[in-house]
Design a protein. Structure first.
Length: 512
């Protein structure tokens, strides 16, 4: 190949952390104007590689060439000066600043010397957000945006810089299908303009739709690079995990025998005038969840699924409606109330809403069930605590170095298992799981699905919220759809197709 067609070349990159060889002799290149998929399980070395390219980490060995010249990417500013911009999966936004301030932070347009040209910054913000179909006021505080909108702000910030290589780490994990389609249009336009995109994702169907080539890592090593025409999704999975795809999905063909109604929600309506976390008010929502079943809750971004989960669990108050658990009406006005009546909630953003990233795995596991490990009412029995963690570690196949390992150093799939184990230690009657496999790899996804299936088999009532229709269809016994804060339909698992679900998810409803 003509070397002039190569934008970035990585040669024999290696990086070691205490006890872990994160990267070992990894070499590949990125061509001008191409979309290269970077694929691998959590723990395969993708994040370490991205940090080296973006200047956040220095490699122990190896070299980097940019446009044919050897370079040292000493820090993120050096990467940006070369034309490399990284959009990380975990947002890098300042919640208390506006959309415009976040997009142009550190690069604010000036007038009359040191003074910020606010009018120009707002106009430039509107231009770049309009380009990606994000319809928000530039002066809106980022904390008021939904997860999907915040992701789009990250993308807008990258597009506002004159970049030659944009690295996108799970950019679609919180986007609706329409937003994903718009993002793909933007990526296509960038590619035609000669901009390269490195696309990191666990959604292999999306990778096949947008990427021309795939570089695949496993256990810190390069498995290979393939053109799209040379490989299929099962082939990619086999390269990623080292075994054939069919071995990853062993859910029994049977569906669960649902028991009595464990949770009955009636007429759940948001507090009038109150803006919820996603800005979607709930309107007369009725829902039944039975013991021993997995109920899927499907809907587009902004449909009200997360709002419903938070209302049921007592995070956000609701103005009217009732909750009945095991035949008894309950008053749930806080998470403490919810836990008391036997509920658990795994939120959609585990790192921001569920985990204490600077604490050990042990602390994160026991935080909700700490009372079980107290002696004399005050002191934590660390031996009992560690023994309980070890039980769940074995049963849930949690890969970690030990109970004192920082939870931030676990892969996404293992972090999710720790959050699930935290609730299982309380032996809940009802478990609500919001986006159970967001940002985790295909093998870990299969393990989480198997775990949820096992929990339902034990009689726990499981409510699963997912933006991925194939996931909902594969795991749920029954599926309920939402749109604009209302329930729009219900299908048994055997009746559900993506077309029927999408129809219900987009169905216009008259005002209640």
């Amino acid at each position: 190949m003509d070397n002039g067609a190569i934008l970035l070349r990585l040669s024999a990159l290696s990086k070691r952390f205490p006890g872990v060889q994160a990267l070992a002799d990894v070499s590949f290149d990125v061509r001008r104007g191409e979309v290269l998929g970077l694929l691998g399980e959590n723990g395969a070395g993708k994040s370490t590689l991205l940090k080296i390219i973006s200047g956040a980490l220095a490699p122990d060995d190896g070299s980097i060439e940019w446009q044919g010249q050897a370079v040292t990417v000493a820090n993120p500013q050096a990467a940006q000066s070369l034309g490399i911009v990284t959009i990380y999966q975990e947002f890098n936004l300042v919640p208390t600043l506006s959309v415009a301030e976040n997009i142009y932070i550190g690069r604010e347009p000036r007038r009359f010397g040191p003074f910020i040209d606010w009018a120009k910054m707002r106009a430039d913000t509107q231009a770049v957000t309009k380009r990606i179909g994000l319809d928000v006021d530039p002066q809106t505080e980022v904390s008021q945006l939904s997860v999907a909108e915040q992701q789009m702000v990250e993308i807008a910030r990258a597009l506002s810089i004159n970049s030659r290589l944009i690295i996108m780490d799970e950019p679609t994990s919180a986007l609706s299908e329409a937003e994903v389609s718009r993002l793909f249009e933007i990526i296509g336009a960038l590619r035609r303009d000669g901009v390269s995109v490195m696309f990191v994702t666990h959604r292999l169907e999306e990778a096949m739709a947008i990427c021309g080539r795939f570089t695949i890592l496993r256990d810190g090593r390069l498995v290979g690079t393939r053109d799209r025409s040379q490989i299929t999704i099962p082939g990619i999975i086999e390269m990623m995990v080292g075994r054939v795809a069919s071995e990853l999905y062993r859910r029994p063909a049977r569906r669960h025998e649902a028991g009595e109604i464990r949770l009955r929600a009636r007429g759940i309506t948001s507090v009038q005038g109150r803006r919820t976390i996603h800005g979607t008010p709930l309107r007369q929502v009725d829902l039944d969840l039975r013991a021993g079943e997995i109920l899927g809750l499907a809907g587009l971004v902004g449909a009200g699924r997360t709002e419903l989960a938070r209302a049921i669990f007592g995070v956000d108050p609701f103005e009217s409606g009732s909750l009945v658990v095991d035949g008894h009406e309950v008053r749930v006005r806080s998470p403490e109330d919810a836990i008391r009546v036997g509920m658990g909630l795994v939120p959609e953003d585990r790192k921001r809403q569920a985990l204490f990233l600077q604490l050990a795995v042990r602390n994160n596991f026991s935080i909700t069930a700490l009372g079980q490990f107290l002696t004399a009412g005050f002191f934590v029995n660390e031996h009992q605590e560690a023994a309980a963690l070890q039980t769940y570690r074995k049963s849930m196949n949690v890969r970690m170095t030990g109970p004192e390992q920082l939870v931030s150093n676990l892969s996404g799939g293992n972090q999710q298992k720790i959050v699930l184990a935290r609730w299982l230690a309380l032996d809940p009657k009802i478990l609500i799981v919001d986006e159970p496999t967001r940002g985790i790899d295909v093998a870990a996804k299969a393990e989480v699905h198997e775990l949820l299936d096992t929990l339902a088999g034990r009689g726990i009532a499981v409510l699963v919220i997912s933006s991925e229709l194939p996931e909902v269809m594969s795991i749920a016994d029954r599926i309920v759809t939402m749109r604009e804060g209302r329930i729009t339909g219900e299908l048994a698992a055997g009746e559900a197709t993506q077309e029927r679900l999408m129809s219900l998810m987009t169905l216009e409803q008259s005002a209640a």
